[in-house]
Design a protein around this ligand. Structure first.
Ligand SMILES: *Cc1c(COP(=O)(O)O)cnc(C)c1O
Length: 273
C-alpha cells in the first residue's frame, strides 16, 4: 500500500498521524504547531510541510546540535518556514515533562504541542483510517498486513481500524520493529490499545529480530538485501523503516513464518526524502 505516494511532501503514515491533530488545532484556533524530533525526523519534515500547506506557524525542537550546513530534512523544514530550535540531549529527555511543556506554552502563545513522532491518540485514530485503502486481491485464507514500527502507534491504529472494519478473513497484523529492545514495542502497542475497544479480535505480532543493530543502524545483511531489492523492483525504500519492513517480510516468507499461498499487504509508510 503505497502511502509514500499520497502527497509529494506530507506523505506516508505521517499524514494520517497529523490529519486529526491539524483539525483539532484548527478547531481550537491554535496558530502554532510545536513538536520534537531528531535531525532526520520524518515527522518534523511532514509537520513543516503541513504547517505551510494549512497555514500554521511551526516550531521544531531538534535533539542535539543543529549542524550547518543543514541536512536535507532540516533544510526542507526551514524552507517551509519552520523555526528550528536545538535542544541538548539531556534537556530533550525531559521534553514531555510538565515544566518543559509549560515553558513552551509561555514562549509560544496559542500553540499546539505534538509529541515526538506525532504519536498520540488522534494519530492513532488517523492511522485507523489507513485500512480504508486496503484492497485484497485473492481469496487466500491467510492474510497479513505488515508495517514498520517506531513508536508503534501506526500499528496500533491499524489494529483498531481492522478490528472495526468488515474485512474478512481478518488479516494478522505484523509490525517490524526498527529499534532494538526486547519486549519494548509489544508493550508500547498494548499501551496504545488500552482504552480502545476492539470490535473484533485481531491477531498481531511485533517481530523484534529485524532491527539490524538498532534505530537507523544497518547490517551487511540489510545492505545486501536492499541492493537485491532494488534489482527487482523500482519501489523506493529507505534503510531506516521500509527497508527493514521488506527485509523482515522476505525472511518470514523464506522461513515459512508466512506460509505459501498467503496474501501479504505491506504498508509502505513513506520516508523517502
Ligand atoms: C515514523 C515512521 C514510521 C514509524 O511509525 P510509528 O507510528 O512511530 O510506529 C514508519 N515508517 C516511516 C517511513 C516513518 O517515517
Amino acid at each position: 500500500l503505497r502511502l509514500d505516494k499520497i502527497h509529494p511532501l506530507i506523505n506516508g503514515n505521517k499524514w494520517f498521524k497529523l490529519k486529526h491533530n491539524i483539525e483539532f488545532a484548527r478547531r481550537n484556533n491554535l496558530k502554532q504547531l510545536v513538536s520534537f524530533g531528531g535531525a532526520y525526523s520524518n515527522h518534523i519534515y511532514a509537520l513543516a510541510a503541513a504547517g505551510k500547506v494549512f497555514g500554521f506557524d511551526t516550531v521544531g525542537f531538534i535533539r542535539g546540535e543543529i549542524v550547518l550546513p543543514l541536512n536535507p530534512v532540516l533544510a526542507f523544514a526551514r524552507s517551509q518556514g519552520m523555526k528550528l530550535v536545538a535542544v541538548s540531549r539531556s534537556e530533550y529527555r525531559n521534553k514531555h515533562q510538565q515544566d518543559f511543556i509549560k515553558a513552551i506554552h509561555e514562549q509560544y502563545s496559542n500553540c499546539y504541542i505534538l509529541p515526538e513522532g506525532g504519536a498520540n491518540d488522534l494519530a492513532l485514530q488517523g492511522c485507523a483510517k489507513i485500512v480504508q485503502w486496503l484492497k485484497w486481491h485473492s481469496t487466500a485464507k491467510n492474510r497479513y498486513l505488515a508495517v514498520a514500527c517506531g513508536t508503534g502507534s501506526t500499528l496500533a491504529g491499524l489494529i483498531k481500524g481492522i478490528s472495526s472494519s468488515a474485512i474478512a478473513p481478518i488479516p494478522e497484523l505484523i509490525g517490524i520493529a526498527v529499534l532494538k529492545g526486547q519486549g519494548y514495542l509489544p508493550g508500547e502497542v498494548s499501551r496504545w490499545l488500552q482504552g480502545v475497544t476492539l470490535e473484533n479480535p485481531v491477531d498481531w505480532t511485533v517481530m523484534e529480530q529485524y532491527h539490524c543493530g538498532g534505530y537507523a543502524k544497518s547490517s551487511s545483511e540489510l545492505h545486501a538485501f536492499l541492493t537485491q531489492f532494488a534489482g527487482f523492483t523500482p519501489i523506493p525504500v529507505e534503510p531506516v523503516y521500509t527497508g527493514k519492513l521488506f527485509y523482515g517480510l522476505f525472511d518470514m516468507i523464506k522461513t515459512g513464518r508466512i506460509p505459501p499461498d498467503s496474501e501479504v499487504i505491506a504498508v509502505h509508510s513513506g520516508g523517502i526524502v
